[in-house]
Design a protein around this ligand. Structure first.
Ligand code: PLP
Length: 363
């Protein structure tokens, strides 16, 4: 598969410095987008072509475009961080590129070459470098690569045309006023993904399936939903968009990838970061009864969720139909915060990148 060269067609009217600075002062998450986007097309028989960096703007789609009806869509999320020397680097883009290929395969879509995925992200960050927040805090530039089926027609089959895009958005610190534990609703009825389904693909369909449970959880005063396996309704899987970790004495455990969980890059990185910090880590199986009992008897010290957006989020309270409990003393756990600080320090260029995770983009 050949990698198309990205043709540069930058905007002649970027946002003014003053307007951009005003956005960067309080970016929020996914609310503002930078001046450019990258688009690459795929057509059956021709492969990837027409790779371009163009001004950020709306797409024009025929109402019968396949993605609008049959949801053939996949996406990624990764961050670029400003380093202490003013340069910019992304975190493990190759891991996202490979997962994007796995997601594409699962949804019957063409696989974008890893180097094209990385180059598309690089080109966008390089052109919109002014949108990458300053070094010092937890702010970052969030990259959203995604792919949609663009064939026009209502026939049900894998499309013969696709559009890959990368857009970017400055992201503020996830916890503006300091890290605050979240309250989890433990869903014992609604499920996110089933064995043989697409739970291990990063696709909008999984998010659509999680929104009602998320809204119900919000109504009960919870921030996030924790899902159990779809067969026995017993084994803890993950949240709607974050993986889970359980912290025992100097030992962290995350649910194994059974096929219905998303293989988070943050999750994977923490298995290693934990070992760097002198803890042990493993992938295992945690039942809902074990979670409840180990919390009650105090052997389970801390629980946290992890993903690119928040990096690590401590779990404070767990609510379920059968009752609720406070995890630990309800405050962010010590190991949770040590892991969080170390991973963020690697991403921000403060701690040494001993695993070659950072992808530098120059200044
Ligand atoms: C993206 C995502 C995660 C977290 O993955 P990261 O690569 O760490 O950002 C976890 N679960 C689901 C369902 C996701 O979509």
């Amino acid at each position: 598969m050949t990698t198309p060269t990205i043709e540069l067609k930058p905007t002649s009217s970027p946002l003014s410095d003053a307007e951009r600075e005003a956005i960067l002062a309080a970016p929020g998450f996914g609310r503002h987008f930078s001046d450019h986007m990258v688009t690459i097309q795929w057509t059956e028989g021709r492969g990837w072509h027409d790779a371009q960096l163009v001004p950020y703007g709306p797409l024009s789609l025929d109402p019968a475009t396949t993605v609008l009806h049959y949801a053939q869509e996949i996406f990624e999320g990764l961050k670029a961080y400003r380093q202490p020397d003013g340069t910019v680097a992304t975190f493990r883009p190759e891991a996202n590129a490979k997962r994007f290929q796995r997601s594409a395969h699962r949804l019957g879509m063409p696989e974008l070459p890893v180097e094209t995925f990385i180059e598309a992200c690089d080109v966008l960050v390089q052109h919109d470098k002014a949108w990458v927040p300053a070094h010092g805090g937890e702010e970052s530039f969030y990259l959203r690569p995604f792919m949609i089926a663009t064939e026009v027609g209502l026939g049900v089959k894998p499309a013969n045309e696709y559009l890959f895009l990368v857009i970017g958005s400055p992201a503020g610190a996830y916890f503006a006023g300091g890290v605050k534990p979240v309250t989890i609703w433990l869903s014992e009825d609604r499920v996110r993904a089933v064995p043989g389904g697409m739970g291990d693909a990063k696709t909008g369909g999984n998010y659509a399936a999680s929104l009602l449970a998320q809204a119900e959880a919000s109504a009960k005063g919870c921030d996030q939903v924790a899902y159990l396996d779809a067969v026995e309704h017993k084994w803890v899987e993950e949240l709607g968009g974050m993986n889970l970790y359980f912290v025992y004495d100097n030992h962290i455990v995350t649910p194994a990838l059974t096929g219905s969980l998303l293989a988070g890059v943050t999750r994977d990185s923490l298995l290693t970061v934990a070992r760097d910090l002198g803890y042990t880590s493993e992938e295992g199986r945690i039942s809902i009864d074990q979670w409840r009992e180990d919390s009650a008897n105090g052997t389970l010290k801390e629980v946290f969720a992890c993903g690119t957006a928040a990096v690590i989020t401590p779990v404070g309270t767990v609510k379920s139909a059968g009752g609720e409990w406070v995890q630990g003393d309800g405050t962010p756990g010590e190991i949770t915060m040590k892991l969080r600080d170390r991973l963020l320090d690697i991403q921000r260029g403060i701690a040494e990148d001993t695993h070659g995770w950072m992808h530098p983009l120059g200044d």
